[in-house]
Design a protein around this ligand. Structure first.
Ligand code: NI
Length: 439
């Protein structure tokens, strides 16, 4: 018999689709196995539906789990390692030299740290692009979270053929693993690191494996200038012409876009991962999220790696995403709270290509966050969506379910030994920094 979890008495953020949430007061969410069986008043639940576990959500908000649509999880090992540096020197002088010394074990422990931080902040799914991805898959399978995984491919680096082979192997081995909790993609890193011939090789492999593409596009002004000088067009047009968008594509950043680029993204159904804090901190710019949404582009919210963002907290990303749209358009109505919360949940789920994920409705996968509203910054209650988006914090996350299984209970991580993780990551981070300094 499947497990049956009954979440009772909370304010449930219900309703499918893109509109404002339908917030049900004193409602129940019934979970059967990995899916939501029922959402509504307790009286509507069949009398013979007996739960194997009850969760008291009185005074709490029940939300779909957050989806972090673009990150490099193991970069937690480099958190605070090179701050206040622009993107290109940051990558070339600091990050890439440090990454040269990374081992599979480092990536495993760095990823566990990121999953721990994410889970305690209500993030149930993440899209990761990095290397030693079999070890990331191991961490995902062990901890019970959901993920979209891809081996980052840098065509201009030595060993790019071997990297592509590892990318293929990841897809062949882990596509659909963990009862469908893992989706795999191939990841040509960016137009400025992947020459056309290499991109074509990646696309041929993606065709054979029938898998999606995950990439970085139009992140900085420098990238736009470099690609224009080299190919005479924008990075979006360049990747479109190479045929990248004939494949299901998840494109991180998309900060510097012409209106023609937005049309191209919309026409090809390219999904965008918006990284507001990373784009601010690396001084990349403000992505035209409002225009993308108006054009019908699917947009998910993301943190990027913790080496650039310094945290993996979707509450902070939501707040900045909404505020950046308002101030850049000089319009306080831009990206309202409900739309921001949709972007952080179902928008991300769609961007990653997970079916029936990101809403609290029958038939959806049971990835659920319960937020404790009993804190001074969460009184009084006028509009609960505003409260969640503009006032709540990661520390308010009380309980988290992924695939119907409780992974965080009363704030405690049930599948991760944090003491061991802390010890491992500190020792490994120190070793990496020492090695990078020696060059
Ligand atoms: Ni990135």
């Amino acid at each position: 018999m499947p497990t049956r979890v009954l979440i009772e008495g909370g304010w449930v953020f219900a309703g499918e689709g893109d509109g404002p949430f339908e917030i049900l007061e004193d409602a129940v969410v019934a979970v059967e196995g990995e899916r939501i069986a029922y959402v509504g008043p307790a009286a509507g639940l069949p009398a013979d539906w007996a739960p194997t576990r009850r969760i008291d959500a009185r005074g709490k908000a029940v939300l779909p789990g957050f989806v972090n649509a673009h990150t490099h999880h193991a970069m937690t090992l480099l958190r605070g390692y090179a701050d206040d540096v622009p993107l290109m020197p940051w990558l070339r002088e600091h990050i890439w030299p440090a990454e040269e010394n990374l081992t599979g074990d480092d990536v495993y422990w760095g990823t566990l740290l990121a999953i721990a931080e994410s889970l305690q902040a209500g993030v149930t799914t993440f899209a990761d692009m990095y290397f030693f991805m079999d070890r990331v898959a191991q961490a995902v399978l062990e901890t019970g979270v959901r993920a979209h995984l891809s081996r980052g491919l840098i065509g201009v680096a030595p060993g790019s053929d071997r990297a592509l082979e590892e990318g293929r192997e990841l897809v062949a081995t882990f596509q659909g693993a963990g009862e469908g909790r893992i989706r795999c993609a191939l990841a040509p890193h960016a137009p400025y690191t992947c020459p056309p011939e290499f991109v074509r090789q990646v696309l041929a492999a993606a065709e054979k494996l029938a898998c999606p593409i995950h990439t970085h596009l139009a992140e900085t002004k420098a990238e736009i200038e470099e690609i224009r000088a080299q190919y005479g067009k924008s990075p979006i047009r360049h990747f479109a012409d190479l045929g990248v968008f004939e494949h299901e594509t998840l494109a991180a950043h998309c900060v510097h876009l012409e209106s023609e680029d937005i049309e191209v993204l919309a026409r090809h159904g390219v999904r965008v991962a918006h990284n507001p804090i990373s784009n601010c901190k690396l001084a990349s710019g403000i992505a035209p999220v409002t225009e993308l949404l108006e054009a019908g582009v699917t947009v998910g919210l993301a943190s990027d790696g913790a080496a650039s963002t310094n945290h993996l907290d979707m509450f902070e990303e939501m707040r900045l995403a909404a505020n950046l749209q308002k101030v850049s358009r000089m319009d306080a109505r831009a990206l309202p709270a409900w739309q921001t919360l949709r972007m952080a949940t179902v928008g991300g789920a769609r961007a990653l290509g997970f079916d029936k994920l990101g809403c609290l409705a029958p038939g959806y996968l049971a990835d659920i966050v319960i937020l404790d509203l009993n804190a001074p910054h969460l009184w009084p209650r006028h509009d609960l969506t505003s409260l969640v988006v503009y006032s709540a914090k990661a520390a308010d996350v009380d309980t988290v379910l992924v695939h119907g299984r409780v992974l965080v209970d009363g704030g405690e991580l049930l599948t991760i030994d944090m003491e061991r993780v802390e010890h491992e990551v500190q020792a490994r981070a120190e070793r990496l920094a020492r090695a990078a300094r020696r060059g």
